[in-house]
Design a protein around this ligand. Structure first.
Ligand code: ADP
Length: 159
């Protein structure tokens, strides 16, 4: 049976940190579904459609990566995709508490689903979508932080 993993997140917008996790995940699993969350409490800068589009563009050369979006409970979506694993990235200790809580509740809801943590690449440990937006808002360069199409999309939003 093919191993399918889902990498859920806001991806508002996708950064080099996310891309690094996606490409490494794609070497571990037969297929990685990157799933953009709807219904978050935070007001996003990019719409779900825009985030999906940017993700599609930056992963277009990765054959076993699919981009999707979802609403509702993550474990239900995982079962719907016939996946068995959730991928999450860990940057610092500050990510740990939330991630442990999420992994525990997901295991309680469906013990068949495993959460797979990947440590950030050291060069991206400081990188988050929020930092990127903060920098781009003041017209500073985000060249090393995000792919080129994302940089252009950010310039368009903040112009
Ligand atoms: P969420 O709002 O669910 O945290 P994000 O888009 O911020 O969504 O992040 C999605 C996932 O990617 C999370 O597991 C997060 O820890 C991980 N991630 C974000 N930035 C990085 C990075 N620079 N390195 C490694 N993992 C990262």
């Amino acid at each position: 049976m093919a191993s399918i993993a889902v990498y859920p997140g806001s991806f508002d917008p996708v950064t080099h940190g996310h891309l690094d996790i996606i490409s490494r995940g794609a070497r571990v699993f037969d297929k990685v579904v990157v799933a953009v969350l709807h219904n978050r409490n935070k007001v996003p800068l990019f719409s779900v459609e825009e985030r999906v589009q940017l993700l599609k563009e930056v992963t277009k050369d990765m054959d076993n990566v699919e981009i999707d979006h979802f609403n509702g409970l993550l474990v239900d979506y995982i079962s719907e995709k016939k996946a068995t694993t959730i991928i999450r990235g860990l940057r610092a200790v500050s990510d740990f508490e939330y991630e442990m809580q999420a992994a525990s509740i997901n295991r309680k809801l469906n013990p068949e689903i495993e959460t797979f943590f990947m440590m950030t690449n050291n060069q991206y440990s400081y990188l988050s979508s929020s930092i990127v937006k903060e920098v781009a808002k003041y017209q500073a360069t985000v060249t090393d932080l995000v792919p080129e199409v994302v940089e252009s999309a950010l310039q368009e939003k903040y112009k």
